[in-house]
Design a protein around this ligand. Sequence first.
Ligand SMILES: [Zn+2]
Length: 454
Amino acid sequence: MSLNLLPYPNHLKELGGARKLAESEPRLLQDGAVAPEGYRLTITADEAVLAFADEAGRFYGEQTLRQLRNADGTVPLVEIDDAPRMGWRGFMIDSSRHIQTVDEIKAMIDAAASYKCNVFHWHLGDDPGWRMESERYPLLNTVGAWRDGWGFGNPNPARYGGLFTRAQIRDIVDYCAARHITVVPEFDIPGHSSAVLKAYPNLSCFEKECNTTTQAGVYDNVLCAGKEETFDFCFSVLEEIMELFPGKYIHIGGDEVPKDNWNACPLCQKRMKEEGLKNGEELQGYFTRRIAGFLKAHGRIAMGWNEVLEAGLDPDDIVAVKWDDPKNVCDAYANRGGKVLNENRHYFYLDYSYRTTPLRKTFSYDPLPDTLTEAGRKNVLGVEAPIWTEWVEDFRRMGYQCFPRLLALAERGWTAPGTRGYDEFKRVAELQREPLAERGIEMAPYDEWDPVAK
Ligand SMILES: [Zn+2]
């Protein structure tokens, strides 16, 4: 039986026996030889030392020590030499389709940090609603953040919406920083823009009235790529985003962009002619390059869902997020030098049912497949799991969908495959039920994790 650690350390030696630690233990030791985010924890009969090179490593060593403590206060004697397999261990929360409270977001952050996740990707705007308070574009707050009714099948007609104020966002960013988590905000453009266009219909091709959506789907409410005012708006919102979010990466969406309006719009057609673009895909490539270039000029790095690669971007243009990529376009991008984040929907989408994505499937997936070359493997930043909230109306549901599968994501991001088997992982995952409940998170019942195929 392995020790009750999650994620499991990459190198661990049990020395046998256990003892209580003194107040002054473990001794903390700054050691530049330890890997970034890594730590060395040595607990013998004579000494207890936690060594690390950086503060994140110290934090992760403390998480391991917390998990090691037995109920009687003793700690097993061990030598652990540990560092993450991947530098990006992320979780995404969709706050557009359903919104959460600040406390709910913080509970998720606390849980993720305790399992050594280090990125919170925050999906803040989409067709159903805009969620980031804007100083420059007040109609995003008063108009874009609301929809008339919500829910599916039997919709609730009540007005639904809200947003995170700038003060709340700053609070959450600081909360994350204290737990060694970087926040990556997402401004999903030029598609999934119904909330923006409800507030500012002048940014669309035909300036028609647009409403926020109450049903799941892909809508043709896209920003006009022919108008300069669209770019002025995007740059200005990105400036507001950069003010609130100090992290290096900013996600600019780019997924599911219907080209119908662009193909009919005189301004988009004019742009294509002037820029020598053959089709809508190339126009999206033009759009993405301008937005990514703006961020680059401000010292930031753009990320986009894998559709952004369809225009054939250069490796230094953007980080591609692999979510739905049957042709392995992302692997090819990584192999020729582009950076990729693996968020493969078949394994990591937490809104999928356990029948579609059992825990075992998420745990058993190796995010560095054979289609990557040696160089390509190094270009995969890491892994991330999103919770899309179409069907996740409240926090109870969020806990059910996310846990335990987010634990499997945490282990795949930190621990090399084969370090411990699935049955042992599953046993330790069940032990997280109580600590998660203390944070207000209700994990899915054990017998639902791996439904037997019928
Ligand atoms: Zn247009």
